[in-house]
Design a protein around this ligand. Structure first.
Ligand code: CA
Length: 142
């Protein structure tokens, strides 16, 4: 499953990339909103981890651009836990919201939770070829 991280702090981006790669995700990251949108338009991502405070283009406008033509899951990452920010993010179509600093296991749990929700929606599109069935949610092949 492919994940895109849009985060301008390179240490955070690299840390998240490494951690999520170890969890089995394919991870790309972009350090600016412009690069992030470019990557997003050129690849199929299951999930975007989106920092709010970014140079050039902030996380809110990136979220709006993503939502114009896609229902890719989005988790906002921000230093602000203010309620108004959470409401704004969810209103703009974010699937979840995590306040920095966060613990890595919580991020992974939220990613799994958000992806489970989208898997339920696309459950009918399970991979079936003849009598072979691939259940990616359970990592099983029947
Ligand atoms: Ca930032």
């Amino acid at each position: 499953m492919r994940v895109l991280i849009i985060e301008d702090e390179i240490k955070t981006a690299e840390y998240l990339q490494q951690g999520l790669s170890e969890c089995g995700y394919t991870v790309d990251y972009a350090l600016t909103g412009v690069d992030g949108i470019h990557l997003f338009r050129n690849h199929q991502y299951a999930l975007v981890l989106l920092d709010v405070n970014l140079p050039e283009k902030d996380g809110w406008s990136i979220l709006q651009e993503i939502r114009l033509g896609s229902d890719t899951r989005v988790i906002m990452l921000t230093a602000s836990g203010r309620l108004s920010n959470k409401v704004k993010g969810l209103d703009l179509g974010a699937d979840d919201y995590l306040v920095k600093p966060f613990e890595f296991p919580e991020l992974v749990a939220r990613i799994r939770s958000v992806l489970r929700r989208s898997e339920k929606i696309t459950e009918t599109e399970a991979l079936k070829i003849a009598d072979l069935e691939i259940d990616s949610a359970r990592h099983c092949v029947y």
